[in-house]
Design a protein around this ligand. Structure first.
Ligand code: NAG
Ligand code: NAG
Ligand code: NAG
Ligand code: NAG
Ligand code: NAG
Ligand code: NAG
Ligand code: NAG
Length: 428
C-alpha cells in the first residue's frame, strides 16, 4: 500500500500548473432570433430574449449536436419494407464524453422499425444504457432488460433523449435502473431523433398517441434483442404518461394522425404564430416554458373540437384489458396528470376487468416526475419481483403511501441540473 501511494506522488511531480476557471462553461450555442422571426411571431423583446436563452441552453445540452447534423439519425434507403422490430442501424459504442452519465455506464444507440397508430412502418431511434455488472434474468440467463418509455420531452426532432447529455430523465429512472444492474432500452419515440423517412419526408412526433408510443417501446426492445441476441432477455416496461400537457406539442400529433386537421382548428392566430416559431427553432421543453403569447394560444373549447375528441378516443388507456402485471405510480399533488384522472382510468379498467394484475400506488403530496424518487423503492422492488418470478399483488390492489415526516418538510421538485465537468478539480 505504502509503495503504491509513493508511486502516485512521484507520478504527479513535474506537471506544470495550469490555470483553472471558477466553474465549467460549456455554453456551446450562440443562436439569436432574427428581427423578422420576432416580428412574425408577434412577441415582445423580453420573450424574444428568453427564447434565445432557452434555445442556447437546450443546444448546449445536446451531446452529439443537432439530430439533423448527426448521420446516426439518417435512415438507410432500403428500410421501408422491413417489419416492425427490425434493426436498421446499430451504434454499439457511443462516445459518452459529452454526455453526463454516471461513471461505469456505457451507451449504445439504435435505429429500428416501429409502427404508427394506423399500422404503417416508421423508422425510430432509441438508446441502450448498459450497466457495468448487469443482473441476469433467471429464466434465460441473459441480461435483465427494462424498457424505459419517457415522459414529455417536446415534439421537435431535436427533443430526442438519445442526443441529450442527461438522456432527459437522468436519475429519475434510467440512471437508477442501470446502476441497479438493468440494461435500459429507451425509445426516443417516433418523430424524435429520427425525424425523416429515407426519402426525406418528415416524420412528425405523434405526441400522446399512447398506442404508438407503446409500439415504439416494444419494437425498440425487440430490435435491441436482435442487435445483441446473446445478451438481452425479454423486457419489463416502465411507462410514464402525461396529461395536462404543453399544448403546442399536440399540433404534430393531430397533423400526422388526421391529414385534414389544420392548426387553426384549435389554435388562435397568436398561438399558431408561436407554434410556428417553436417549430422553426426546434425548441423543446425549456423553449416551451418561455413561449409567452400576447393572446390566448388556444381557441375556446378546443378540447371539445372534432379532431381532439377523435384523437382522445383513439389513444385513451383507461378501461382497457392489460396484458400482464402493471404498477401505476401516482402523486396526489401531481399538477400534470391530476390524481382523479388516473383514478377514473384505473377504476374503469378494474370495473371492466376485475382480474387485472394492476397495482395502483398513491403517494401523498407528491408531484409528477418526483413520484419516481418518492416511490423508487416501490418500483425497483416491483421490477425485481417480476424478474424473480414472484406473484404480483392481488388483482386491482390499491396502496396509499404516506411520508415519514410532514408533506411540507420534503423537497417537492428537483432544483438542480447536471452540468458537464470540463476540468479535473470539478470531479475531485
Ligand atoms: C426591441 O428591440 C428592437 C431592436 O433592438 C428595438 O428597436 C425596439 O425598440 C425594442 N422594443 C422594445 C419595446 O424595447
Ligand atoms: C459543441 O457543439 C458542437 C456542434 O454541435 C459539437 O460537435 C461539440 O461536441 C459540442 N461541444 C461540447 C463541449 O458539447
Ligand atoms: C448543422 O450544421 C451546419 C453546418 O455545420 C450548421 O451551420 C448548423 O447551424 C447546424 N445546425 C444546428 C441546428 O446545429
Ligand atoms: C471520445 O471523444 C473525446 C472527445 O472528442 C475524445 O477525446 C476521445 O478520444 C473519444 N473516445 C474514443 C474512445 O473515441
Ligand atoms: C416517403 O416514404 C414514406 C414511407 O415509406 C411514404 O409514406 C411517403 O409517401 C414517401 N414520400 C414520398 C414523397 O415519396
Ligand atoms: C398512416 O400514418 C402515416 C403517418 O402517421 C401516414 O403517412 C400514412 O399516410 C397513414 N396511412 C394511412 C393508410 O392512413
Ligand atoms: C375509485 O375507486 C376507489 C375504490 O373503489 C374509490 O375509493 C374512489 O373514489 C374511486 N375514484 C374515482 C375517481 O372514481
Amino acid at each position: 500500500m505504502r509503495t503504491a501511494i509513493l508511486a502516485l506522488l512521484i507520478a504527479t511531480e513535474g506537471i506544470a500548473a495550469q490555470s483553472i476557471v471558477p466553474q465549467s462553461n460549456t455554453w456551446n450555442s450562440s443562436f439569436a432570433l432574427s428581427a423578422s422571426q420576432i416580428g412574425d411571431a408577434g412577441i415582445d423583446n423580453v420573450t424574444a430574449n428568453n427564447i434565445n436563452v432557452a434555445v442556447n441552453f437546450e443546444r448546449t445540452n445536446w451531446a452529439t449536436g443537432s439530430v439533423n447534423n448527426d448521420s446516426f439519425y439518417t435512415v438507410p434507403s432500403d428500410a421501408s419494407s422491413l417489419q416492425p422490430g427490425s434493426i436498421l442501424k446499430v451504434e454499439d459504442y457511443t462516445n459518452t464524453s459529452y454526455y453526463t452519465l454516471p461513471p461505469n455506464t456505457a451507451l449504445s444507440r439504435i435505429v429500428y422499425q416501429s409502427e404508427t397508430l394506423n399500422g404503417s412502418a416508421v423508422p425510430a431511434s432509441a438508446f441502450v444504457l448498459w450497466p457495468w455488472m448487469p443482473r441476469r434474468d433467471p429464466r434465460t440467463g441473459k441480461y435483465a432488460v427494462v424498457g424505459w418509455a419517457h415522459g414529455t420531452s417536446g415534439s421537435s426532432g431535436e427533443c430526442a433523449p438519445s442526443h441529450i447529455r442527461n438522456l432527459w430523465y437522468q436519475y429519475s429512472a434510467p440512471y437508477i435502473l442501470a446502476l441497479q444492474g438493468y440494461v435500459v432500452v429507451a425509445p426516443d419515440y417516433t418523430g424524435l431523433g429520427v425525424d425523416r423517412y429515407a426519402n426525406g419526408t418528415q416524420i412528425k412526433h405523434p405526441y400522446l398517441s399512447n398506442p404508438s408510443h407503446a409500439n415504439d417501446m416494444f419494437y425498440s426492445v425487440e430490435a435491441a434483442q436482435k442487435a445483441w441476441p446473446d445478451e438481452l432477455s425479454e423486457q419489463l416496461d416502465l411507462q410514464e404518461s402525461a396529461l395536462a400537457f404543453p399544448v403546442y406539442y399536440i399540433a404534430s400529433a393531430l397533423e400526422t394522425t388526421f391529414p385534414a386537421f389544420d392548426v387553426s382548428d384549435i389554435f388562435t392566430a397568436s398561438g399558431a404564430k408561436l407554434l410556428n416559431l417553436l417549430n422553426q427553432v426546434g425548441g423543446c421543453q425549456s423553449v416551451n416554458s418561455q413561449l409567452s403569447s400576447p393572446g390566448a394560444p388556444m381557441r375556446p373549447n378546443w378540447w371539445q373540437s372534432e379532431y381532439m375528441q377523435l384523437f382522445i378516443a383513439l389513444t385513451k388507456n383507461g378501461g382497457q384489458r392489460i396484458a400482464g402485471p402493471m404498477l401505476i405510480l401516482q402523486g396526489t399533488a401531481d399538477p400534470s396528470v391530476p390524481e382523479p384522472i388516473t383514478s377514473v382510468a384505473v377504476n374503469e379498467t378494474c370495473a371492466l376487468y376485475p382480474q387485472s394484475e394492476l397495482e395502483y400506488a398513491l403517494f401523498e403530496g407528491v408531484t409528477h416526475v418526483p413520484v419516481l424518487y418518492a416511490g423508487q423503492r416501490v418500483w425497483l422492488d416491483w421490477i425485481a419481483d417480476r424478474f424473480a418470478g414472484r406473484e404480483a399483488a392481488a388483482p386491482c390492489t390499491r396502496n396509499v403511501h404516506r411520508p415519514a415526516k410532514s408533506v411540507s418538510s420534503y423537497q417537492a421538485e428537483g432544483d438542480y441540473y447536471l452540468e458537464l465537468a470540463t476540468q479535473a478539480y470539478e470531479v475531485a
